[in-house]
Design a protein around this ligand. Structure first.
Ligand SMILES: Nc1ncnc2c1ncn2[C@@H]1O[C@H](COP(=O)(O)OP(=O)(O)OP(=O)(O)O)[C@@H](O)[C@H]1O
Ligand SMILES: [Mg+2]
Length: 226
């Protein structure tokens, strides 16, 4: 279960104080499939980075399975990011000189998974996101945007995280591949009880999630269906 308590994030930009996240609270049960929409610059990536412990809030707390990650020491935080969270970055953030498969193997290496098992699981995950086998051993910087996006999704799932945070995971995919990813994420939520929170402008994705939120003026509001 993910509990967010009144988080605020401020950025100072010259004379201005920006608060893209200004008092956000949220609770997601384990196994929730949820989405956040909001205009460009509304703070979606900022919020996701705080939930993923990639950035610190100015104030407020994030509690995951009764552990307050806002106050965890660095070594525990590293373990938390490695073992419990799968993060899909808006800009993918792959290691450019590693191959697709090596990128997916990397988090498993940090988790000390034996090499043969890493290679097998990486290939399996890349097949699941329908990355063609002939590019599994191609360097990430020689893959198309949509291919890199799929590698970044496969990498996020490598260590079977309990929480997946995905920033526009279908943003660069054609409709058929996008649907495949939506099925995959929905399946993880329902069958593996993985909590999935996506930021998306893709209506076919946001409409398939069980809970939908809108971020505007630093506040998060749940969109209720009528
Ligand atoms: N490190 C930073 N320093 C200063 N300002 C920042 C920083 N990161 C983000 N911001 C500002 O915070 C606001 C929210 O940015 P954020 O990237 O979270 O938006 P977003 O909703 O993800 O937008 P998009 O849909 O374009 O990806 C913007 O005004 C941005 O300029
Ligand atoms: Mg963003």
């Amino acid at each position: 279960m993910l509990v967010v308590r009144n988080i605020v994030k401020e950025f100072r930009s010259g004379e201005q104080l920006l608060k893209p996240v200004n008092g956000i609270s949220l609770s997601l049960e384990q196994g929730s499939f949820a989405s956040i929409v909001g205009r460009s610059g509304s703070g979606k990536s900022t919020l996701l980075a705080i939930l993923g412990a990639l950035d610190k809030a100015t104030s407020g707390g994030v509690v995951v399975d009764n552990v307050n990650i806002s106050t965890l020491p660095d070594d525990k935080l590293t373990a938390y990011r490695r073992d419990d969270i799968g993060f899909v970055f808006q800009q993918y953030n792959l290691m450019p000189s590693l191959t697709a498969k090596e990128n997916v193997m990397l988090p498993m290496e940090f988790a000390k998974v034996p090499r043969a098992e890493r290679a097998a699981r990486a290939a399996e995950l890349l097949n699941t996101v329908e990355l063609p086998p002939e590019v599994h051993d191609r360097k990430a910087n020689r893959l198309s945007g949509g291919m890199q996006q799929r590698v970044s999704i496969a990498r996020a799932l490598a260590n079977r995280p309990r929480l997946v945070l995905a920033d526009e995971p279908t943003g660069n995919l054609d409709e058929a591949t996008g649907n495949l990813i939506i099925e995959l994420l929905g399946g993880l939520a329902r069958r593996q009880k993985t909590t999935i929170l996506v930021v998306t402008h893709d209506r076919s994705l946001s409409e398939r999630t069980d809970r939908r939120f809108r971020l505007a003026q630093g506040k998060l509001e749940e969109i209720t269906r009528d």
